[in-house]
Design a protein around this ligand. Structure first.
Ligand SMILES: *Cc1c(COP(=O)(O)O)cnc(C)c1O
Length: 469
């Protein structure tokens, strides 16, 4: 194109003001505000000028549409809902537990209204926020007293800091765990000011190892639930009850970090038994720590339950203030805990348990119902088959336990085409509600255990752009 033609093409481009009067932009301004609409138009005009230089100036409507698309993209929330079809039910990277309706209502109420958070309505005096949960937690665990902090990592930190600062924390070498996301027991101990006193070996630790380590320097004995792995074969570990007796004879605090921790006997719902908090208390633990958003199925929190005098010392630790839980989560957790008072209906009401307890036949039936529509939505290049698979609980609970499940296996027609499979995985991530599965044996497996909205899933699948834009 000649220089005068380019100049003419550039002159033909509309101004920001003209573009703002177009219907597309009037709608965009009302949705997103004038300021970001103008910024988006400027960016779109810049691209339009570049195109004009190349000899193909876009139409005013194309420029407005480009700006509107930019605005949509910028204003889409970063916190995106996804379909978790990975087969891992409590998935830390996908936000762990989804909450019960009762918890959602309670949290919404707490967000919308003022509430008696640290205010005792009986006396009209200042109250404390933990009081909202104390009785419930004691009832459900059999403990004397209870407190809570931001998460279980925080619970372990504050316990160590309260009882082993400048002293030794005695722990088996087989339990020096790392939980994903850089939570490593030795490092937490160092930050808490406790001196790590490892005893035993990776696979075998005996009571005498603890006996030898106990000295006046000891602040506490800690047992950590090896929640995300199992040491199998030639192994030995000391039961909580024995450790409790030993620690008490030496007047040392005995702490049991249960990790996931559950409040009910899961075997009741057809799952393997996982130690309950109440059992750990009966065994003699002075303090038990556990998470709010793992098996318990509530919001993120770290619970500490146990002896009254010890909980009082934790509550006086200045770290408590730094680790405290906000009103929204407190409300959600209270509502979640209340559901545990009626174990008969728990599996209906608590999503985590409902998903974990779902039967293979039920999931398989769903897969059979969805397979052909899913195939139609994906198009010719892929096959969709109903398959049996296994789910896992996730977040460290019962790491070796698998749950028989079923799902859809998506395979590219071209056999062994790793690239096509990667492209398909990426494509499903671009769905309006991203769909996440797992790759196994040359297929993308969508485990349907956690799918409770099949219609939405099909809609999302059908609306997935097939190539990158
Ligand atoms: C998960 C886990 C933690 C950390 O709990 P968060 O709630 O994730 O902070 C600590 N200890 C054990 C044994 C765990 O399994």
């Amino acid at each position: 194109m000649s220089a005068p033609d380019i100049a003419a093409a550039l002159r033909s481009l509309p101004s920001v003001d003209e573009l703002l009067r177009r219907e597309t932009m009037v709608a965009a301004v009302s949705a997103h505000g004038r300021r970001s609409a103008v910024a988006a138009l400027r960016a779109a005009l810049e691209d339009a000028r570049a195109a004009a230089h190349m000899g193909s100036p876009p139409s005013p409507e194309a420029i407005a549409a480009d700006a509107a698309t930019r605005l949509e993209r910028e204003n889409a929330p970063n916190a995106r809902r996804v379909f978790n079809l990975t087969g891992t039910v409590i998935h830390t990277n996908l936000g762990r537990a989804i909450l019960a309706e009762a918890a959602i209502e309670a949290a919404t109420r707490a967000m919308r209204h003022e509430m008696a958070l640290e205010f005792d309505l009986a006396t009209g005096k200042r109250g404390e926020r933990d009081a909202l949960l104390r009785e419930l937690l004691c009832e459900l665990t059999g403990a004397e007293d209870a407190t809570l902090v931001n998460n279980n990592a925080g619970a372990v930190l504050i316990v160590l800091n309260s009882f082993a600062k400048g002293k030794e924390a005695i722990i088996s070498r087989g339990e020096l765990i790392e939980i994903g996301g850089a939570f490593r027991m030795p490092e937490i101990m160092a930050r808490a000011g406790a001196k790590l006193r490892e005893v035993g070996t990776t696979n075998r630790t005996h009571l005498r190892d603890y006996v030898e380590a106990l000295s006046p320097c000891a602040g506490l004995v800690m047992k950590v639930h090896t929640s995300n792995y199992r040491v199998q074969g030639f192994t030995a570990q000391v039961e909580g009850a024995e450790l409790a007796r030993l620690a008490h004879a030496e007047s040392v605090v005995f702490v049991n970090d249960l990790g996931s921790g559950t409040l009910v006997d899961l075997s009741r719902y057809g799952l393997a038994h996982e130690p309950t908090v109440a059992e750990a208390i009966v065994e003699g633990a002075d303090l038990v720590t556990f998470s709010g958003d793992k098996l318990l199925g509530g919001a993120q929190a770290g619970f500490i339950v146990g002896k009254r005098d010890l909980i009082a010392r934790i509550n006086k630790n200045p770290l408590k203030r730094a680790l405290r839980v906000d009103k929204i989560r407190l409300a959600a957790i209270e509502a979640t805990l209340r559901l545990y008072r009626d174990p008969d209906r728990l599996a209906e009401r608590l999503p985590t348990l409902r998903l974990l307890a779902r039967k293979h036949d039920d999931i398989r039936r769903m897969a059979e119902t969805l397979a052909s529509s899913a195939g139609a939505a994906l198009g010719e290049a892929f096959t969709v088959a109903v398959v049996d698979c296994v789910s896992q609980i996730g977040s460290g609970a019962l790491p070796l336990e698998t749950l028989p499940s079923a799902g859809l296996a998506l395979r590219p027609w071209k056999p062994k085409s790793g690239r096509a499979l990667d492209a398909l995985t990426a494509r499903l991530r671009r769905a309006p509600i991203p769909i996440l599965g797992r790759i196994e044996d040359g297929a993308l497996i969508l485990d349907l255990r956690c799918l409770e909205a099949p219609e939405e899933f099909l809609t999302a699948l059908a609306q997935t752009p097939s190539d990158e834009k």
